[in-house]
Design a protein around this ligand. Structure first.
Ligand SMILES: O=C(O)C(=O)C[C@]1(C(=O)O)C=C[C@@H](O)C=C1
Length: 92
């Protein structure tokens, strides 16, 4: 196996783990969506999101990543979560 092939195999393994973790995260946020729907809570919690975004900046810096990249990725994920919460019946 060439070095390139070996690295691509490593990347494929990492990607599979990222997707599995994303599935785990959505399973967890779906439970939050059901709770929000049951208790008529708003889909969005802006204060929680602000704390998360600050934490992503710290985590990104710890892993030598650009904070804006990590925050953009999570913005995409959290926006999808909010859409799902609303479909489950959480308040606007
Ligand atoms: O913690 C919540 O209240 C959630 O609904 C989860 C979550 C997230 O995906 O982390 C999604 C939407 C909220 O605005 C904040 C956070």
């Amino acid at each position: 196996m060439t070095e390139l092939e070996a690295l691509r195999q490593e990347i494929d393994g990492i990607d599979a783990r990222i997707v599995a973790l994303l599935g785990e995260r959505f399973a967890c946020t779906d439970k939050v969506g059901h709770l929000k729907s049951t208790h008529q809570l708003p889909a969005v919690d802006a204060a929680r999101e602000a704390r998360q975004m600050a934490r992503f900046e710290t985590l990104a810096n710890e892993h030598a990543l650009k904070p804006e990249l990590v925050q953009r990725l999570f913005r995409l994920i959290v926006d999808e979560v909010v859409d799902k919460h609303k479909k489950l019946g959480a308040a606007d």
